[in-house]
Design a protein around this ligand. Sequence first.
Ligand code: FBP
Ligand code: MG
Ligand code: MG
Length: 336
Amino acid sequence: MPNKKQTLGEFIIENQSSFKYTSGELSRLINSIRLAAKVVNHEVNKAGLVDIIGAAGDTNIQGEDQQKLDVYANDKFIQTMTKRNIVCGIASEEEDDFITINSQDENHQNKYVVLIDPLDGSSNIDVNVSVGTIFSIYRRVTPVGTPVTMEDFLQKGNQQVAAGYVVYGTSTMLVYTTGDGVNGFTLNPAIGSFYLSHPNMQFPEDGTIYSVNEGNYVHFPLGIKKYIKYCQEEKDNRPYTSRYIGSLVSDFHRNMIKGGIYMYPKSYKAPNGKLRLLYECNPMAFLAEQANGKASDGYTRIMDIKPTELHQRVPFICGSKNMVEKAEEFMRDNVE
Ligand SMILES: O=P(O)(O)OC[C@H]1O[C@](O)(COP(=O)(O)O)[C@@H](O)[C@@H]1O
Ligand SMILES: [Mg+2]
Ligand SMILES: [Mg+2]
């Protein structure tokens, strides 16, 4: 069991050898995400005091009004990774197309691409409710020495080499995996360092929390409606407790610690659901599976879905294994 007082920096170096491509490049990349997270955390913590809340005045490719903090976080993560010359491409919720990052020697020597949701839970920024950042990392599939292409980004989630999130909540935590379990680090703001506070995080196989925006209930598929009724039934250890923060990162984090299920199903309003496969569902699915949980679109394992577009959406069910399997059972038995 890793030493509990270890800093994130120490943990990254110490665990580099457990990663199959131990060139140090991925370690430097995660370190740069750590740095950008601290910079963004500084702004998030004083949202309301400084001119960082409210709409930025533009809409992103998904037609959503960009919040000032969406744009700020997007800039900080992209700048930090670009300056450190460790990625060959970045895709972001806030960028229409992927960005080619060229190594200083101008011949595309870097091996990793990053997909990022710079600020998750944007609707909660102005109301002082926890928000997050989500990242997903792949090794490029196109040859080193050539510019990245869309092919490097449209990889199945089961090809991720690392994924994680930052939650800016009652404390700020960075939680990530490189395919060898999930570890959580809490920022000590006085010292400015992340410390290993949650080693080897695991989803309880069962839980009593369900997280879904019930305001969309009438639009949900029959299987989801029936599963929600099952959660609310007076039987065995039910009814479950309904908890929905409206920030995927925060709902996921709570459910991973306490046991629970998060659902953003398709609906007549959102025929493919709302969440984005590449920089929301795939990274959370990788973390869930590495923490003994499960993630699907109700039928297919999220990480086996072949992406076709950078900003595509998928229905998302994720959390404690037995709860996700129960929801899938309701979906299978109530096909419309
Ligand atoms: O308000 P709704 O429709 O329930 O959607 C909430 C969901 O949308 C999101 O805010 C989408 O993420 P962004 O804020 O990054 O766009 C999730 O974090 C959250 O779970
Ligand atoms: Mg998001
Ligand atoms: Mg976002």
